[in-house]
Write a protein that binds this ligand. Sequence first.
Ligand SMILES: O=C(O)C(=O)C[C@]1(C(=O)O)C=C[C@@H](O)C=C1
Length: 283
Amino acid sequence: MKIAYLGPQASFTDLAVRKAFPDEHQVPCVTIPDCIEAVIEDEVDYAVVPLENALEGSVHITVDYLFHEADLSIVAELTSPIQQHLMVHPENSGGERRIEKIMSHSHALAQCHKFLHKAYRGTPLEQTTSTAAAAKYVSEHPGEKNAAIGNELAAKEYGLSISHENIHDFAYNHTRFIVLHKKSHPLAIEQNKSEDKTTLMVTLPKDRSGALHQVLSTFAWRQLNLSKIESRPLKTGLGDYFFLIDVAHGMDEVLLPGAISEMEALGCEVKMIGTYSSYMLDQ
Ligand SMILES: O=C(O)C(=O)C[C@]1(C(=O)O)C=C[C@@H](O)C=C1
């Protein structure tokens, strides 16, 4: 089985894949769309990409690709603790105050905003395609005196020295990764299972008062608990949105099909993104 992931080696996505799929063929991709397209083009069987971080929120490119570009299903969710460290090339360690630029994935930079503001105010920040891509760049360009933000494995993998440990701004820092596949089928993984979930993307009928209230009622009176609801632009005009809805319930024969039919009867478009189990990966 081939699994694409947001690489290069030692990204947080790689850590999640190593834990969940230790014996499978792992294929690093440069960007999240590259991972998704590798599944669409049948170059791999599954892709693992980040979906949401506890501090910084949704990874918009993943949500938007699932709605606008890709007809793929979420078949499992992997939740992983995230610890961010500042790392430099060993030739530059000891004098980190002279760091010229700090590089990382936009989500990682945002998770360390308070630390960067206090310790490195004014130092330019540069976004990279992943935390591991930043670590790799710093390792290959010792003359540039840059630092990267990433995990401990990236420091080891790319021969960097950690100058500040645990620089994420809040102690509870977790990221949800999703496993994507062409067919909808819950994938069982040998890890701690936490709950079953279903993800829907719902577009409301245009200009109808109370439509969102009615959508929420279809879940409420069936006692289906929602673990997330978020709006994203439909990209057709200002004020046009779709809603990403996570239901803390697997697909059944009565409740979820009933809620979906009721939303469709109200004039909503409902895109089923997946019904799957959520797994908690350890440190
Ligand atoms: O850059 C990485 O290492 C990733 O796997 C991406 C990503 C993200 O997109 O949120 C994953 C986990 C962390 O929250 C930071 C970055």
